[in-house]
Design a protein around this ligand. Structure first.
Ligand SMILES: [Zn+2]
Length: 334
């Protein structure tokens, strides 16, 4: 039996395979090492990179079943194959084959190629469980190369003013995209400790990861581009400086003010709306289940296009259960 986090108050069998539960479970597939996808599970199925990143971020010990991309292994009553999700380094989708049919669970994913993550791969499946962070038509990301060029231009303009550019980027994934882009442009990234730790693990795991970045040193920031996690921006930063947040939410006109930055650039590690639709067309599932962000509107959008789709949220829960009893899930926080 496969469980997706969603249904409240169900008695669950101990042998269940959970998909990305955010509270500790006996046995879980962990799609990637972002903090909202990891917990202190007893046993995990994941990639080598995610296992390594989990050890660094969570500590503790757990039984790890490490699968290479494309390798199939039997677990409980199903066969599991991991496919790259293109989200961050080591991020995986799980392709599950069982007597109930085939299922593809995306975890967080993106189709646009990035500088730090493995390019996404996919397979046809009867049921597609997908993340829908940017599941509204207004979320159309500009080409990544264009966004990176804007970020580089912002850094050069700031340095020309003898100020320090500070990029605010999530410490795992987005920050390494920025590190690669800055180094390729001849700039020197200076990394907050949390960003530095995650970047060093990228170097350990990927022989081709670039060198030339340095660790944050408050006395020597001149001429460098600082990369800090968004939640660390209130620590002692050099002055004068200009700050820019790197996030897909930069497409919202209010982003600059919401993040209290001088600029906001739409660099994201999630699929945008056109790619969410494209993914459904590629997978050709009989049914789609949506999670995260605009899950309910995106499911309604798919139904209007003739695709059976339900959001894994409280609103659609009853309707989902009328259609299918084979999935059990748990509400966020449960
Ligand atoms: Zn993520």
């Amino acid at each position: 039996m496969i469980h997706v986090r969603y249904h409240r108050g169900l008695a669950l069998p101990a042998h269940a395979l959970w998909l990305d539960p955010h509270v500790a479970k006996p046995f879980a597939f962990v799609s990637h090492a972002h903090s909202d996808h990891i917990a202190r599970h007893a046993e995990v199925v994941t990639t080598a990179a995610t296992a390594r990143l989990m050890r660094a971020r969570l500590g503790g010990a757990r039984r790890e079943h490490v699968l290479a991309f494309g390798e199939t292994s039997a677990f409980r009553d199903c066969a599991l194959t991991l496919l790259p999700a293109g989200h961050i380094l080591g991020s995986a989708q799980s392709f599950v084959e069982s007597a109930a049919g085939t299922l593809l669970y995306t975890g967080d994913f993106k189709l646009r190629p990035g500088l730090a993550a493995e390019p996404a791969q996919w397979r046809h499946a009867d049921t597609l469980i997908m993340e829908t962070t940017f599941g509204l038509p207004k979320y159309v990301m500009p080409p990544t190369a264009e966004v990176l060029a804007q970020i580089i231009a912002f850094c050069h303009a700031t340095l020309d003013e003898r100020a320090v550019p500070v990029l605010l980027a999530y410490s795992l994934g987005k920050a390494q995209e920025a590190v690669c882009a800055l180094l390729a442009a001849g700039l020197t990234p200076m990394l907050h400790d949390a960003v530095f730790a995650m970047t060093e693990i990228h170097r350990e795991l990927r022989a081709d990861f670039p060198t030339g970045y340095v660790r944050f040193d408050a006395a020597h920031t001149a001429g460098h581009v600082l990369i800090f996690p968004p939640n660390a921006k209130n620590t002692a930063l050099p002055a004068p400086r200009r700050t820019a947040v790197l996030t897909g939410w930069a497409l919202d006109p209010s982003a600059k003010y919401r993040y209290q930055c001088d600029a906001a650039f739409p660099l994201t590690d999630h699929a945008d709306y056109p790619d969410l639709l494209r993914y459904v067309a590629l997978i050709q599932p009989r049914r789609v289940l949506t999670l995260h962000g605009f899950a309910a509107p995106f499911a309604a959008d798919l139904r209007a296009r003739g695709v059976e789709a339900w959001a894994l949220t409280a609103d659609d829960q009853l309707e989902l259960h009328l259609h299918d009893h084979s999935f059990v899930a748990q509400a966020p926080g449960g």
